[in-house]
Design a protein around this ligand. Structure first.
Ligand SMILES: O=C(O)c1ccc[n+]([C@@H]2O[C@H](COP(=O)([O-])O)[C@@H](O)[C@H]2O)c1
Ligand SMILES: Cc1cc2nc[nH]c2cc1C
Length: 342
């Protein structure tokens, strides 16, 4: 088991973790490809499941990957930018939904149960809102580093597969601002309906984001500064969790728009920084497809979800289970005495 990852004490230490991520175990990948070629099926016939099994093994560092101990962590946070009227829902709903998760009443509780995953909910910074980033950086450095460390500490070494999810009224605005900060395009390119804005609401949301981009323009050359100025507590925690998962050899399933925006800085800082992740689904939030393209991620599912909570990631767990079960459980042509190709 790798040693416990210590929390970065300053931005330079966090940057160092981001730009020197541990590599995949290529030997395990080659062993898996070799074994896969001997299994009783036409080569390639399990499509993306074959790639998923190899991916899981390369990051678990074994030729016999498994998906038994699976965790879904939902990080919750509140956002000062809600003062700008960017969401149709009251911010109290974040706390109320955290209670709902804890009482088993949300969609993700049901999805976790049918997917055989453990669900944990982490209320980051006790749900204190970030600053309104149209006026000030969303977080100062200590708050940003605390939120990242909170995400790192939530990851349990020995987990086979980690699903990241979130809950935070207003966080589609935050995620859109982060995407605009990292990839350009302005608010208009990234603002979507979120939990139900109409066309005028989306236009207003884009303008709010453009104001924030103008205010923080001097800092947007640095992906971690983008996260601190325009991000949120639960986004910073998901970033920390993705960093820790790589350190602990845990492959990660990403959820929707907010989750993907939260970890995007890892790919911008270091090409391949998201190789230990797979995008579970493409959300109906308009910026998500654009973000997936920018990051070179291809979703496993497309179900029209726009819930968050880790719901899409939870739904993709059985795909990883099926992929590892086929790799590890199928008979070879020799074992089953099935003839090879003519
Ligand atoms: O995962 C997604 O792609 C997604 C798309 C739209 C909305 N959400 C969820 O809706 C909430 C944020 O929406 P909003 O409109 O308040 O910014 C937050 O709790 C997210 O989990 C999530
Ligand atoms: C009710 C509700 C549940 C959610 N789950 C994730 N985001 C949400 C937003 C709302 C408004």
């Amino acid at each position: 088991m790798p040693p416990r990852l210590s929390s970065p004490q300053n931005m330079a230490a966090l940057r160092a973790l981001c730009i020197t991520p541990p590599p995949a175990d290529m030997a395990a990948g080659h062993a898996i490809a070799h074994h896969d070629a001997s299994l009783t099926k036409p080569p390639g016939s399990l499509g993306r499941l074959e790639e998923l099994a190899r991916w899981a093994g390369q990051w678990q560092r074994t030729a016999w990957p498994r998906a038994e101990r699976v965790e879904i962590i939902v990080f919750a946070g509140n956002h000062g930018v809600t003062a700008q009227g960017v969401t149709p829902w009251p911010t109290d709903v974040t706390r109320q939904m955290v209670e709902n998760f804890r009482n088993g009443g949300a969609a993700i509780n049901q999805i976790a149960r049918v997917s055989g995953a453990q669900l944990r909910v982490v209320a980051v910074e006790e749900l204190r809102p970030t600053a309104d980033f149209t006026y000030a950086p969303a977080m100062d450095e200590p708050a940003f580093l605390r939120a990242v460390a909170c995400g790192m500490a939530a990851v349990r070494p020995g987990t086979d597969l980690l699903c990241l999810g979130e809950m935070g009224i207003g966080n589609t605005t935050t995620a859109a601002a982060v995407c605009a900060g990292l990839f350009g395009g302005g608010g208009g390119a990234w603002a979507g309906r979120g939990t139900g804005l109409d066309d005028a609401g989306v236009r207003h949301k884009a303008q709010v984001i453009d104001r924030a981009l103008a205010r923080h323009a001097a800092h947007l050359h640095d992906p971690l500064a983008v996260m601190r100025h325009l991000g949120g507590h639960e986004l910073a925690a998901m970033l920390g969790a993705a960093i820790a998962a790589r350190h602990y050899n845990i492959p990660v399933l990403l959820d929707g728009f907010i989750c993907t925006a939260a970890v995007a800085a890892l790919e911008v800082l270091h090409a391949g920084g998201l190789d230990h992740t797979r995008l579970a689904h493409c959300s109906a939030e308009s910026g998500h497809g654009r973000l997936a393209t920018a990051l070179g991620l291809s979703p496993l599912l497309e179900l029209g979800l726009r819930l968050g909570e880790g719901s899409g990631a939870g739904l993709a767990i059985p795909l990883v289970r099926a992929a590892t079960a086929c790799l590890c459980g199928m008979a070879t042509f020799a074992q089953a005495e099935v003839s090879g190709r003519k």
